[in-house]
Design a protein around this ligand. Structure first.
Ligand code: UD1
Length: 435
């Protein structure tokens, strides 16, 4: 076990290279299940979740070739390139031991049933950020011709004569269910219409990759997607989009510490809602083109103020739930009161008691938290039970007096590539030590 020790007080200045997006990479890594041809993905981040999905794909019979070494001390290394060969799938069962480590494992269900007519995945079970069911994934697969059976903690989807096509109406825009159905529908015998799909940028990245494999998907990123099934998909090479949540987290660090960071490779369009809040609170935001010293990206500079703000998490293009905890860390040291409402997941305020241990003043009432800004935080040992909550504690540590010790570092390693290297390179005092 390891922990992070952060000595707060340094303003962050410089360039932070933004890695490939974890939440785009995971569905993209399931596309090789749809074709006997090799699929090559570039710009994959070095993260624990990527390794977990590799284990699952290996278990199913996908062979994987990895190029690109370990991340450097500053994190300024190219993302990894992996080639996935799904020509000899030997198994269509995703077992509990792997699925329990990562909910996104459910994303193998759609592609496997589409290509092999039979797929079994362990139910993902409970989760630290509330009860996260998979009913939307299953209803959507049923709507396009799969039979679903739940038994002994496993879900089995079958379609021995192939998926047929049909209309899927999502009552809630689910990112994972939209991704599952996009992959499955690509090999359906008919046409699939999706009403109210998720519109996140990661959905567009997946659809672009599937289309370069030969799929016929129109409308990704809008409120209505049509997929005309094709009998076969082919190999392709695709580069994973930049991680908007990683970029947003460093953007918050720039404002909290009164610094100036160039988020290299970040895409401002994908970060629209969060950049809007940052401008409101005291950020100067500029898109920068590539030049001799960097590859271009989004520059976030503090204007010296941190004003309180209100936000409500919503599906894209609204404010992302994956940034709620980090913005709460900012609200904790902003002037005046902020109200932060979590409308996507229940029970996603586990960072609140830990932020309070550092001196924050937060009152939770149902799905809303009222945060009254304080003048100073004081470092302390803290721990969090999920990835983004852990990042909010690291951000608070960057401005706290003294040392903040972040325990359970494995949460951060699930989603932030080379965190301490990237922070140190822009002036933070942070080190990883055995816990
Ligand atoms: C994905 C992201 C996660 C992000 C979330 C919302 C990945 C790997 N993870 O998770 O980081 O926080 O989107 O942007 O990309 N729901 C149901 N039934 C279902 C599925 C979802 O009721 O079958 C509900 C969920 O409980 C939640 C809402 O729908 O309230 C949205 O969840 P969803 O978009 O599916 O999240 P994930 O795809 O799991």
């Amino acid at each position: 076990m390891e922990k992070l020790i952060i000595k707060g007080g340094n303003a962050l200045h410089g360039i932070v290279p933004i890695s490939g997006a974890k939440n785009a990479a995971l569905p993209l890594m399931c596309t090789p299940l749809l074709t006997p041809d090799p699929v090559t993905l570039e710009n994959l981040p070095r993260l624990a979740d990527i390794n977990t999905l590799n284990d699952l794909l290996n278990h199913l019979g996908v062979s994987i070739t990895i190029r690109g070494g370990k991340g450097g001390a500053t994190g300024r290394r190219e993302g990894r390139r992996m080639t996935f060969d799904g020509s000899e799938i030997t198994n269509t069962v995703a077992p509990y031991d792997i699925v329990r480590k990562m909910r996104a494992s459910i994303l193998v269900l759609g592609p496997l049933v589409a290509r092999f007519g039979d797929a079994t995945v362990s139910m993902p079970g409970g989760c630290a950020i509330g009860n996260r069911p998979i009913d939307l994934h299953l209803k959507a697969l049923e709507a396009i011709g799969a039979d679903i059976e739940l038994k002994d903690g496993y879900v089995r989807a079958t379609a021995p004569h192939g998926l047929t096509g049909g209309t899927v109406r999502f009552p809630i825009a689910s990112v994972g269910a939209t991704e599952n159905i996009l992959m499955a529908a690509s090999l359906a015998k008919g046409t699939v219409n999706i009403e109210n799909p998720a519109r996140e940028p990661e959905i567009i990245d997946l659809a672009n990759c599937l289309n370069s494999m030969g799929a016929r998907i129109v409308g990704a990123g809008t409120e209505f997607i049509t997929i005309e099934g094709v009998p076969r998909l082919y190999g392709c090479t695709h580069s994973v989009m930049p991680d908007r949540v990683e970029a947003g987290s460093y953007a918050v660090a720039a404002i909290m510490t009164g610094g100036d960071l160039l988020l290299e490779g970040a895409n401002a369009h994908d970060m629209g809602a969060m950049l809007g809040v940052l401008e409101e609170t005291g950020g100067i935001i500029n898109e920068e083109k590539a030049c001799a010293s960097h590859k271009g990206g989004v520059r976030v500079k503090s204007n010296g103020h941190r004003k309180g703000f209100d936000l409500v998490t919503q599906p894209f293009p609204g404010f992302p739930t994956d940034m709620q905890a980090q913005f709460m860390a900012l609200a904790v040291v902003a002037d005046g009161a902020s109200v932060i409402t979590e409308a996507i997941f229940e029970n996603r305020f586990m960072h609140v008691p830990e932020l309070c241990r550092l001196g924050a003043d937060i009152t939770v009432n149902g799905a809303s938290a009222t945060v009254r800004g304080v003048n100073a935080l004081k470092g302390a040992p803290v721990m969090a039970t999920d990835l983004r909550a852990s990042m909010s504690l690291a951000l608070a540590g960057l401005v706290a007096e003294g040392e903040t010790h972040i325990n359970r570092l494995y949460h951060l390693d699930r989603g932030y590539e080379g965190l301490e290297g990237k922070l140190r390179a822009v002036g933070a005092d942070v080190e990883r030590v055995p816990a």
